[in-house]
Design a protein around this ligand. Structure first.
Ligand SMILES: Cc1cc2nc3c(=O)[nH]c(=O)nc-3n(C[C@H](O)[C@H](O)[C@H](O)COP(=O)(O)OP(=O)(O)OC[C@H]3O[C@@H](n4cnc5c(N)ncnc54)[C@H](O)[C@@H]3O)c2cc1C
Length: 445
């Protein structure tokens, strides 16, 4: 793509976000013994994708198409064509969602999400990856057949979704009311309370938690189901009630979804649904950490280059001691959190094939993930705020991309479980699973 006038708005635009990030490369080398080739993705992330994501935030919001021109209920999300092309590139050329089960590598997958950074586009990719991950681990042969299209190996591309939260509870999944029932060997789903459904209108398949059997069993009474957009007769299998208006993450359509006798496939053992869901949340919490880090890095880049051009009191900003201290402070925060996050990825890489009842390496990966999710989200909110401030008044203008990064950073502490929930889950994995023992062994090693 030729240079666009967008370069007048941003200092980070037009650079290769992989090649310029040597601390990131050093961390990858530490874990992998070599640096994977992410140059093409780094170029895409610093140019085409950077511009497209900002365009979508400002002008290209998804729109709910409830009815077709022929009066048919379609419930699709209209998305900016440039965003759809970027997604296709990321899935096919960027090979973002290919874990070890698809001849890929989790380090490269999560490293790619760091370079992509945009939490809207990152969310679309992540919930699709989570769907593929659950199918790979717990899906039957008919579900497995859908896998290649979810990871860009086969056309047409299919998108996934993870619909767990309901109006009465996101943290408290035990309050889920959407039900699953078995009639003559076939599962159906009913309920209208799925309240935060990302990829609504885009997803071809969704992972859905639903209550099975009697009420009152809390989270242990949940099964995990795969619900296709169309039923066996080709009719819509769920309805999108509306799309939400959000402060950020605009690139992903987030809506409310209703099920009225939707046909569903059970994943794995019906009694283990909550454990599969928690496993799945580990994938998205790590992805969220990468988005938080990537957002912070992009805001930092904008600030770093800006402080080299802006002059105050006869000196470039970067030549003022306090500005240098600020930049160093931000860099240390990013690099420390990056190191922690890739330690958690290593934990995941070693344990991702584990299934209930799990063992110490899975619990240790969970422990690292809860800490990482919290630390990276807080760091991102802080770094983006300071990077914005380093732009002075200009940092507050919607005309330039720097203001977006702080808005985007603020989702990262909330979804995938806010900080108190991470803290409570961390306590659980220490008190009940003794993951602290593995941590101490690792520290001693
Ligand atoms: C843009 C966006 C997209 C989303 N997409 C999806 C999606 O695709 N799928 C999906 O399933 N969900 C999705 N969510 C939902 C998101 O995961 C939840 O909003 C989040 O997990 C918090 O749940 P909640 O909103 O019900 O907050 P609540 O659970 O009501 O929590 C409110 C506050 O209370 C705190 N709190 C709750 N319980 C306790 C406790 N016991 N002790 C101490 N503090 C507590 C929480 O930490 C939080 O700060 C999305 C949310 C947003 C904003």
């Amino acid at each position: 793509m030729p240079d666009s006038p967008y370069r007048h708005l941003s200092h980070a635009y037009g650079r290769n976000h992989f090649t310029l990030d040597r601390p990131f490369q050093a961390i990858l080398r530490f874990h992998l013994g070599t640096v994977p080739d992410l140059e093409r993705l780094g170029e895409f992330a610093g140019k085409d994708l950077y511009e497209v994501a900002d365009y979508v935030d400002k002008f290209g919001h998804p729109e709910h198409i409830m009815w077709s021109v022929d009066g048919e209920r379609v419930d699709r999300a209209w998305m900016a064509p440039s965003e759809m092309r970027a997604l296709e590139w990321l899935l096919k050329e960027g090979a973002v969602n290919r874990g070890p089960h698809r001849r890929g590598d989790w380090f490269e997958h999560f490293a790619s999400l760091y370079l992509i950074a945009d939490p809207g586009i990152g969310c679309i990719l992540t919930v699709t990856n989570q769907t593929a991950y659950a199918i790979h681990k717990y899906g039957d042969a008919s579900a497995q057949a859908l896998l290649p299209s979810l990871i860009g190996e086969e056309d047409p591309i299919r998108y996934g979704a993870t619909w767990f939260t309901e109006i009465q509870g996101g943290s408290d999944l035990g309050a889920n009311r959407v039900r699953a029932d078995l009639h003559e060997g076939r599962w159906t789903i009913d309920g209208d309370t799925k309240y935060f459904a990302s990829n609504a209108g885009l997803a071809h398949l969704a992972l859905v938690t639903a209550r099975v059997g009697p009420d009152g069993r809390g989270a242990k009474g949940l099964g995990l189901f795969l619900v296709p957009e169309h039923d066996r007769e080709g009719k819509r299998n769920f309805l999108v009630r509306r799309l939400k208006k959000k402060s950020g993450t605009v690139g992903v359509p987030t809506g409310e979804v209703e099920f009225h006798g939707a046909q569903a496939m059970l994943l794995g053992d019906v009694e283990q649904g909550i454990y599969y869901t928690l496993e799945n949340l580990m994938v998205s919490r790590l992805a969220n950490s990468m988005a938080a880090l990537g957002i912070a890095r992009k805001a930092y880049l904008e600030a770093y280059y800006y402080t080299q051009t802006r002059t105050t009191f006869g000196r470039r900003l970067i030549d003022h001691p306090l500005i240098r201290r600020d930049l160093l402070d931000l860099e240390v925060a990013i690099e420390g959190a990056l190191a922690l996050a890739f330690l958690a990825v290593e934990g995941f890489q070693k344990s991702w094939t584990d299934t209930p009842p799990y063992g110490p390496r899975y619990h240790y990966a969970r422990l690292l993930t809860h800490i990482t999710k919290n630390v990276t989200a807080d760091m991102s909110a802080y770094v983006t705020k300071v990077a914005m401030e380093l732009h002075g008044g200009l940092g507050f203008l919607r005309e330039f991309p720097i203001e977006r990064w702080h808005r985007e950073a603020l989702i990262t502490p909330i979804w995938e479980g806010p900080s108190n929930i991470q803290a409570l889950d961390l306590l659980e994995v220490i008190a009940k699973k003794r993951a602290d023992r593995t941590l101490l062994q690792e520290i001693e090693r």
